[in-house]
Design a protein around this ligand. Structure first.
Ligand code: NZQ
Ligand code: ZN
Length: 382
């Protein structure tokens, strides 16, 4: 196992009716920017619950944060926060709203061009405090310090991490996710599954606890994923999904082990170029990364096949079955697994030069450069 340090400062408030806790948890006095997306919270009653809990506070609203949040939109909120002297931010929505609010929080006090936080990894020295109410189980953004922002002008989608942008608290009421459309529910299952795999599907690292925690998350997603699509209003299923997705990317399963993240790196390019949903890109790319890196990942693929899917056979047979089973699972959820199904075959030629320009290398061995990405994209083209 590798050395690690771990600190996660997020207070999680989980369960039915917990949005009302905002009243107790939100500090008095500070002006709050209440940020949300395209309006789903107005249709499902979450907006009303938040407004009721914030009654008597000085609240400014910022609506219209889009999926794959845009830098241009975030900067409008930054201007508003600076002008109005906002004290803290409250994100209410899915990963996109949370990520946007993290970036806004870092950008408000930032000296210089805030895009540098994403493009040049400029150090975040200060950030406004932020808090969240989550309405979509997928990203883990509610309990981590990551944020991913897109820029229209340059068609880029870039990420940053800072310990200063963990939410102070996150409210997770599973009932808020009852209204998710099937596509978002399925994307969420795939995303949490992929987060687990990015921290697991590498090479054996003598970390049996991390392995078994990851396998527990994968088994849970396989068990509840299809049921969620059939029973979107089942509280227990939604609650289990919410907690499982949080556990997939709050840092715990990745402690002391090698991590891959090639699928996410390539996936962000597909979203930036073709507008594919984040979950859709992962379902296409991940099986292809495994096929391309089959020799390096064979031992863990076989372990996963046996422990999670109950497959028996030689190491080779189990490892091959692991890839097939995973693809079948994504397709069972209704998420397609080929670029051609999204009309995005051009990625084979368009993505590698973009990565070359930024000097990107990916994978747990840092040996996936633009040429290898081209091969991976060929494997999932048609
Ligand atoms: O905008 P509204 O109207 O709220 O609608 C949203 C949006 O259209 C809708 N939605 C959210 N909650 C709903 C709901 N509809 C009905 N009922 C509800 N309860 O769902 C649509 C998608 O929302 P979005 O926030 O974009 O989805 P998700 O949570 O999957 O977030 C995706 C973003 O997170 C990034 C992705 O790259 C992408 O930009 N990620 C963030 C990570 C992190 N911070 O750690 C890690 C991930 O790997 C990922 O990269
Ligand atoms: Zn993801």
């Amino acid at each position: 196992m590798n050395n690690f340090t771990y600190r996660n400062p997020v207070e999680l408030v989980f369960g039915k009716g917990t949005i009302a806790e905002l009243r107790r948890l939100v500090p008095q006095g500070d002006k709050v920017l209440f940020a949300y997306g395209g309006g789903s919270i107005k249709k499902n009653g979450v907006y009303d619950q938040v407004r009721a809990a914030l009654e008597g506070r000085e609240v400014l609203e910022f609506a219209g944060i889009e999926p794959n949040p845009r830098y241009e939109t975030c900067m409008k909120a930054v201007d508003l926060c600076r002008k109005e002297g906002v004290g803290f931010l409250l994100a209410v929505g899915g990963g996109s709203v949370l990520d946007a609010v993290k970036f806004i929080a870092a950008a408000v006090p930032f000296q210089g061009e805030p895009w540098d936080i994403l493009a040049k990894h400029a150090r975040v020295e200060a950030a406004l405090p932020l808090r969240s109410v989550l309405t979509l189980s997928a990203t883990g953004s509610e309990m981590n310090g990551n944020s991913v922002i897109s820029r229209d002008e340059t068609r880029e989608k870039l990420a940053f991490y800072s310990p200063l942008v963990y939410p102070k608290f996150s409210i997770l009421d599973p009932e808020t996710t009852f209204t998710l459309p099937p596509r978002q529910t399925a994307n969420g299952v795939v995303d949490a599954f992929a987060h687990t795999m990015e921290q697991y599907m590498t090479y054996p690292a003598d970390a049996p606890l991390q392995d078994r925690l990851a396998e527990a998350i994968l088994s849970t997603l396989i068990e509840i994923g299809p049921k969620l699509l059939e029973h979107p209003h089942d509280y227990q299923l939604r609650a289990n999904m919410m907690w499982t997705a949080t556990m997939a990317l709050n840092g715990i399963i990745g402690l002391g082990v090698p991590q891959d993240w090639a699928t996410h790196g390539i996936g962000h390019e597909l979203t930036a170029l073709y507008g594919m949903d984040h979950g859709q890109t992962l379902a296409v790319v991940m099986p292809a990364v495994w096929r391309f890196k089959f020799a390096d990942k064979k031992a863990k693929l076989a372990q996963y096949a046996e422990r999670v899917w109950g497959v028996l056979g030689t190491e080779e047979e189990k490892a091959r079955a692991a890839i097939e089973k995973t693809e079948e699972f994504f397709r069972l959820l209704g998420v397609k697994t080929r670029l051609a199904e999204y009309g995005a075959e051009n990625a084979v030629e368009q993505v590698p030069p973009r990565l070359a320009q930024r000097g990107v290398v990916l994978g747990e061995r840092r040996d996936i450069g633009p040429d290898q990405v081209r091969e991976i994209l060929r494997l999932c083209a048609a």
